[in-house]
Design a protein around this ligand. Structure first.
Ligand code: NAI
Length: 483
């Protein structure tokens, strides 16, 4: 079986070499096709950080094992890591955080075991990077949460939790504030939960989740989160088990999957052969299990755990009174310990031996569209306008522009209602949202909204417009705070 390998930047080549050496010593039956990705590829003029040949190889092989990569600063290019995950629709980012005997933490010293799997949605949320300045003072980021995208990650999370006999699956979210976006994420969670009645499924607001993770991490098993919250919570979990050096990551998609460590290129220690290869090794072991090489994964993981247990450590962790092994020596110690079982946390060969079948090639973009059918009507529009006048003055202008079809409903500033009621103590910025709805609550045409846009634009600058939809009897937009 052939997989694509990108060594990465900074410490990437050192830790990748160590991991591949461990695989070779264990006679892992994989062949590696090295691909060109990373900072140096940006520097050669490839704007997405990979050569066309690399892209072709990865799409053909379906599996990429990658080292960390640096995104050049100040060149207006997007992160190669995020681009790779998004381009190939690796919708579920699985990060397993488990106590490793020999890696001391507050919890290991207190005898509290940790075994938490974070499943982070990997494509959507604010990671679309769709950002605009609406005025010179006001920046806006669009946050996408989609039903089909969320369903993909929920299905993966529940299936994985079920296979690993998880005691609990929790959804972390902020649906109390972001009722529509995180509300949709949560709705999909409970929709898929119905198909897994044997799993205890619950939800928790993300701030409460953070507090509980640092007080009772042993209460959690699988936790699924939107992209940004998942990113933050997974670094928190890395801290619980000893830091980024122990945080592996698998980006799972239907056609292509990417395995990498959570940490970055560690430029401060690059080229010194002192980096800890454990996170990349654990990511590689997740890849071996993904392709059905369970026995190799178990042997190597037991050797790693035995090595840690016996006190061998790199400079970033462990007993400061004993000399640190360098990257090469750490890998050597693991190789010497093949066949040994750690006293704590030994893993057994639990594979189903199903040989890995790469997904068939496709020649068109899959269109993800849900089949929910409800009547759909445009009932108004939110116009985001640039204005530095008082709300009442803006309201007078907008009422002038409303015409026969629209009535002015509210004006808000930074999401807080300032007209028709409000408080003069609400500070204003020079950008308002003005909500118009149809006079009789009836349905409008797009052309009506365009005509309204034009009338308003003669009076104030319109920065952007959002249609207000109604699906059946349900409003498909949020109310302003105080409305
Ligand atoms: P970083 O994770 O590279 O480093 C943070 C700290 O952790 C540093 O002190 C570093 O020495 C230490 N560290 C990280 N990995 C280690 C290891 N294996 N062994 C020992 N110590 C380790 O984060 P930073 O400095 O914010 O980012 C550096 C670069 O990495 C940036 O260009 C960033 O864009 C990139 N990056 C790439 C990622 C990826 O390829 N998936 C993920 C995160 C950052």
């Amino acid at each position: 079986m052939k997989i694509a390998v990108a060594k990465g930047d900074g410490i990437g080549p050192e830790i990748m070499q160590a991991v591949l050496r461990i695989f070779e010593a264990n006679q892992v039956p994989l062949q590696y096709e090295m691909v060109e990705m990373g900072k140096w590829v940006f520097d050669k003029g490839f704007n997405n950080g990979m050569t066309p040949a690399a892209k072709q190889t990865i799409e053909q092989l379906g599996l990429l094992f990658k080292g960390p990569m640096e995104t050049p600063k100040g060149k207006g290019v997007k992160s190669i890591n995020v681009t790779a995950r998004k381009t190939w629709n690796t919708y579920a980012n699985k990060r397993v955080f488990t106590s490793l005997h020999g890696v001391d933490t507050v919890f290991s010293k207190a005898g509290i075991p940790i075994n938490i799997t974070i499943v982070r949605e990997n494509i959507e949320d604010t990671y679309g990077g769709i950002e605009h300045m609406l005025t010179q003072d006001v920046a806006l980021c669009r946050r996408f949460i989609t039903r089909p995208g969320t369903m993909q990650v929920m299905r993966y999370a529940f299936e994985m939790a079920s296979k690993k006999n998880a005691k609990r699956i929790s959804c972390g979210h902020k649906a109390n504030i972001m009722k529509i976006t995180d509300g949709l994420f949560l709705e999909c969670f409970y929709e898929v939960a119905k198909e897994y009645p044997h799993l205890k499924a619950d939800d928790i607001i993300v701030d409460d989740l953070c507090m509980k993770l640092v007080t009772r991490p042993d209460l959690f098993d699988v936790v699924v989160l939107p992209n940004l919250q998942g990113d933050i919570v997974s670094d928190l979990c890395a801290g619980l088990v000893g830091g980024l050096g122990f945080a592996p990551s698998a980006n799972i998609g239907d056609h292509i999957s990417i395995f990498e460590a959570v940490h970055g290129t560690a430029p401060d220690i690059a080229g010194k052969n002192v980096a800890n290869p454990t996170a990349l090794l654990l990511s590689g072991l997740a890849m071996l299990r993904h392709v059905g090489l369970y026995q190799h994964a178990a042997t190597i993981e037991n050797a790693l755990r035995y090595t840690l247990e016996s006190g061998v450590h790199t400079g970033d962790f462990g007993d400061k009174n004993t000399p640190a092994a360098n990257t090469t020596e750490f890998a050597d110690a693991i190789i010497e310990n093949f066949g040994k079982r750690p006293k704590q946390g030994a893993v057994d060969y639990t594979g189903n031996n199903k040989p890995y079948q790469p997904a068939a090639a496709i020649d068109q973009h899959p269109m993800l569209e849900s089949t929910l059918q409800k009547s759909e009507a445009i009932v108004g529009a939110d116009l985001f306008v640039q204005c530095n006048q008082q709300p009442s003055a803006l309201a007078a202008l907008c009422q002038q522009a409303a015409g026969d079809l629209f009535k002015l409903i509210i004006i808000s500033n930074r999401g807080t209602q300032v007209w028709p009621t409000g408080s003069v103590y609400t500070n204003l910025v020079n950008q308002y949202r003005v909500r118009f709805e149809s006079i009789d609550g009836g349905s409008l045409q797009q052309a009506d909204i365009i005509a309204l846009y034009e009338r308003v634009s003669h009076l104030v600058k319109v920065c952007s417009v959002e249609l207000l939809h109604q699906w059946g009897d349900q409003k498909a937009y949020s109310l302003a705070q105080g409305q």
